[in-house]
Design a binder for this molecule. Structure first.
Ligand code: SAM
Ligand code: DTB
Ligand code: SF4
Length: 333
């Protein structure tokens, strides 16, 4: 597929072509129709056209987080109206997973508002993973930074994917989060890979980053070796009380076409990955989402809630798929 000069990254290795920030920035700057055309071509060469993978999220431990991620309603230090709740019990999670499966989701992702799990926190999550896996669903968890051995325990329990986002370019990260470093994220991703768990890793756009910084995020993701199996691209959901809410930050929302470009570039640089249209779908509306699918997105978070914020309801998504002639992807579990 790299025969076309417009799709050629700066190859540093025969096995894994490396994408430089400059090469990704060049892609982002292409005429919109050319970019989408190439993204759709890469998409069709690597995936079923018109198929969308459905992942449902549940927050198994909400709020009270010790970290200071500027976008996040669950950080204890921001006054967002999200309370520090107790962990859900295993039965409640299994009930939610069964409902998600019945609604057509193939993957179930369990999220926790932690810097990382303590061993006593991990035990109930391992039970959740075992039971959700037993339903015949793909399992995913996002629990923050993992210590040595924790990824192996998750793998043994039956975890298929671990979500851990790089979120933005390395040089912008310090302006968004101060309680941990980019390198900490990369270290957890290595532990996840080392344990044989599939990597789900993406980021957020619309946080006031420059286009070059968006290119920096995509270049980082595409240069992970191998690149992630799933790449969630979130559009910042501005939550009142967080530092990145416009009222405090003064940032205007990102141009939706720039969001579509980011999706297209993720597709081109990571041809085989599942590009997930993630947070912010409600705000994007149907037309922009349709452009995102054309740009190569082939997965969504499906269900009425994300973790603490809203998502299009299941009926609205079904109606959208029907309008677009799209069909849910069958389970690969
Ligand atoms: N605490 C764990 C961690 O930070 O890795 C897992 C849960 S955390 C909520 C998962 C991801 O949700 C973040 O990395 C970020 O990409 C996304 N996220 C959180 N708040 C968001 C918001 N307001 N808008 C868009 N994405 C958001
Ligand atoms: C991801 O990249 N996005 C999801 C999931 N992984 C865990 C989370 C989005 C959270 C949006 C804000 C909220 O609902 O709290
Ligand atoms: Fe905590 Fe994760 Fe939110 Fe950061 S993104 S404040 S680590 S829940």
């Amino acid at each position: 597929m790299h025969a076309d000069a417009t799709l050629t990254p700066n190859a540093q290795s025969v096995v894994m072509p490396r994408w430089t920030v400059a090469a990704v920035a060049e892609l982002l700057a292409r005429p919109f129709a050319d970019l989408l055309f190439d993204a759709q071509r890469v998409h069709r060469a690597n995936h079923a056209s018109n198929a969308v993978q459905l992942s449902t999220l549940v927050s198994v431990k909400t709020g009270g987080c010790s970290e200071d991620c500027g976008y996040c309603p669950q950080a204890a230090r921001f006054h967002t109206g999200v309370d520090n709740e107790a962990m859900l019990d295993v039965e409640a999670v299994v009930t939610a997973a069964r409902a998600a499966k019945d609604a057509g989701a193939t993957r179930f992702c369990m999220g926790a508002a932690w810097r990382g799990p303590k061993q006593r926190d991990l035990e109930p999550v391992l039970a959740m993973v075992r039971e959700v896996k037993a339903l015949g669903m793909e399992t995913c968890a996002t629990l923050g930074m993992l210590k040595d051995g924790q990824a192996d325990q998750l793998r043994e329990a039956g975890l298929d994917y671990y979500n851990h986002n790089l979120d933005t370019a390395p040089e912008f990260y310090g302006q968004i989060v101060s309680t941990r470093a980019y390198e900490d994220r990369l270290a957890t991703l290595e532990r996840v890979r080392g344990a044989g768990i599939h990597v789900c890793c993406g980021g957020i756009v619309g946080m006031g980053e420059t286009r070059l910084q968006r290119a920096g995020l995509i270049a980082q993701l595409a240069s992970l070796d191998p690149y992630p199996e799933s790449v969630p691209i979130n559009h910042l959901v501005q939550v009142e009380g967080t530092p990145l809410h416009a009222a405090l930050h003064g940032e205007s929302a990102l141009d939706p076409l720039e969001f579509v470009r980011t999706i297209a570039v993720a597709r081109i640089t990571m041809p085989r990955t599942m590009v997930r249209l993630s947070a912010g779908r409600r705000e994007l509306g149907e037309a922009v989402q349709a452009l995102c699918f054309l740009a190569g997105a082939n997965s969504i978070f499906y269900g009425d809630r994300l973790l603490t914020t809203g998502n299009p309801d299941v009926d609205a998504d079904r109606a959208l798929f029907s309008k677009l002639g799209m069909v849910p992807l069958a389970s690969t579990a």
